[in-house]
Write a protein that binds this ligand. Structure first.
Ligand SMILES: *[C@@H]1O[C@H](CO)[C@@H](O)[C@H](O)[C@H]1NC(C)=O
Ligand SMILES: *[C@@H]1O[C@H](CO)[C@@H](O)[C@H](O)[C@H]1NC(C)=O
Ligand SMILES: *[C@@H]1O[C@H](CO)[C@@H](O)[C@H](O)[C@H]1NC(C)=O
Ligand SMILES: *[C@@H]1O[C@H](CO)[C@@H](O)[C@H](O)[C@H]1NC(C)=O
Length: 457
């Protein structure tokens, strides 16, 4: 009977996936927040970004320590949020588990009564449950994670106390040691942060309309690699016959129409699928499959390279046309190009690009026809494809470059102004930027944090 219980457990995880609310947390501007990480001993660790190295005077030390303390306090608040979320999810797990227990006793009754059941049916049922067995460790890991977060919380409090004590007798403290301690914790926490920020797309909310301007087709974006203080907006109206990029210092300047600079590119662009990444604009040169990298700082093209075999000039556009053959985008993992080739029968090819040289580092062939795709965007190395640029569009297909597998899905996206000519994820803002029929819109995404059962935790 015990075996039956064990087999049933994974069911609860499947149910959890179905309606988990999974709110997202976002570090506030300037915070360097790292969440729980598991070290070699399975302990939960926390840290903050270390202060600068060159500190001589006692005053500077004390100032740095104050800052460190403040950061820790800020972090604690974030952890509170994270903790709340985890506990809520955890409650689902517990609730489902008790339902499973109920099921278990029902099964007990059935089994005791099994003379009335056909053996064959019973075996079939058991077989189905066995198929679910591999999911079991996932649930266990989930519970462990929840525990880790509360441990992390404790540790942060502790560190905070220690720092307060140090601050009081600053002269006696070995600053270097503190520095080393903080630095040492950082790497492990970074891993953990990645673990908690990446996940599977569950829901798209919005849009909010930021501005109404331009033609029906265009692109607007911010740089996901920019520092949190830098919130420049770039604006590229129209999909053809244009090479003027407008820059705004902030979203509010963009809304108010206060331009800070304009750039006159040396070549026209094609389509609306450009991306700004780490200070450079990457775009598809008109009537070619050449990708151009233009540095805003130097105002020059630094690199140009043909994307081998990629269809261009409306050979393999998205459903709306508009020379949208080559879609450039960035996510947590870097820079990507989405396009189609004859070799892959017009189906979408995903390539990861070197941001400096624009060389293809790696490619994946999907079986989704580019001409049947409305738009696509990348989150955490998974490509999500919508089935239309018109009303009723939904995210219909996803392809994970990590596992080289695809999945059909059904996530609605509210196409408020009926025609979508651009949709791209920004990893810093955790938002989708869209150009919706002459409206510049933003969507929020909800990602479900997936816990791995095997490697890389
Ligand atoms: C902590 O948060 C406050 C308010 O959000 C902010 O003003 C302050 O700069 C933050 N401190 C650090 C060290 O990040
Ligand atoms: C708190 O810090 C002290 C001093 O570093 C350490 O001895 C103790 O084990 C810590 N407690 C926890 C729960 O981390
Ligand atoms: C961004 O650019 C800077 C120099 O401008 C470089 O050092 C850094 O490695 C770049 N980051 C990425 C992710 O390409
Ligand atoms: C996204 O969520 C944040 C936090 O809940 C909210 O402030 C923001 O307005 C939302 N943006 C959109 C586009 O819905």
């Amino acid at each position: 009977m015990r075996a039956l219980f064990v087999v049933l457990k994974p069911l609860c995880f499947l149910a959890l996936l179905g309606y988990c609310p999974s709110a997202t947390i976002r570090p506030k501007e300037g915070w360097q927040v790292y969440s729980s990480a598991q070290d070699a001993d399975g302990r939960c660790i926390c840290t903050v970004v270390a202060p600068e190295q060159s500190l001589c005077s006692r005053d500077a030390k004390s100032r740095q320590l104050r800052l460190l303390l403040e950061k820790i306090q800020n972090m604690s608040q974030s952890i509170e949020v994270l903790n709340l979320r985890t506990q809520r999810d955890f409650q689902y797990v517990m609730k489902m588990e008790s339902q499973i227990k109920g099921l278990r006793s029902k099964f007990r009754q059935i089994e005791s009564n099994r003379r009335t059941l056909l053996t064959k049916n019973f075996q079939e049922l058991k077989g189905k449950m066995n198929e679910l067995q591999p999911l079991l460790p996932v649930l266990e890991q989930y519970k462990t994670d929840a525990t880790l977060i509360s441990q992390f919380k404790l540790e942060i409090r502790n560190l905070s106390l220690v720092l307060t004590a140090i601050q009081e007798e600053i002269g006696a403290y070995d600053y270097e040691e503190l520095q080393q301690r903080v630095l040492g914790l950082e790497g492990r926490l970074r891993n953990c942060m990645n673990k908690l920020t990446c996940g599977k797309l569950m829901k798209i909310t919005g849009p909010i309309t930021v501005k109404t301007s331009g033609t029906r087709f265009g692109a607007w974006m911010t740089d996901p690699q920019a520092s949190p203080k830098n919130n420049k907006v770039w604006y590229m109206d129209s999909y053809t016959n244009n090479k003027i990029v407008r820059e705004y210092k902030s979203v509010s300047d963009f809304v108010a129409g206060i331009e800070s600079r304009t750039y006159n590119l040396p070549f026209h662009w094609a389509g609306t699928n450009h991306v700004v990444y780490n200070g450079s604009l990457y775009y598809n040169k008109y009537q070619s499959n050449i990708i151009v990298r233009y540095s805003f700082e130097s105002g020059r093209v630094t690199t140009q390279r043909a994307l081998e075999s990629a269809g261009f000039h409306n050979v393999y556009p998205y459903t709306w046309g508009g020379f949208s053959d080559i879609d450039l985008m960035a996510d947590e993992l870097g820079l990507w190009a989405i396009y189609a080739t004859n070799q892959n029968a017009g189906n979408i090819v995903i390539s990861r690009l070197d941001p400096l040289t624009i060389q293809v580092l790696n490619s994946w062939n999907t079986e989704y026809s580019k001409r049947n795709a409305g738009e696509s965007f990348m989150i955490c190395g998974t490509l999500y494809i919508t089935n239309s640029h018109l009303t009723g569009a939904k995210v219909y297909y996803s392809y994970s470059t990590k596992t080289s597998t695809y999945e059909y899905m059904d996530i609605p996206i509210h196409n408020q102004y009926f025609h979508m000519s651009m949709l791209d994820y920004n990893a810093r803002d955790r938002a989708l930027y869209g150009w919706n029929n002459g409206h510049q819109v933003l969507f929020n995404v909800t990602l479900f944090h997936i816990i791995k059962t095997d490697d890389e935790s």
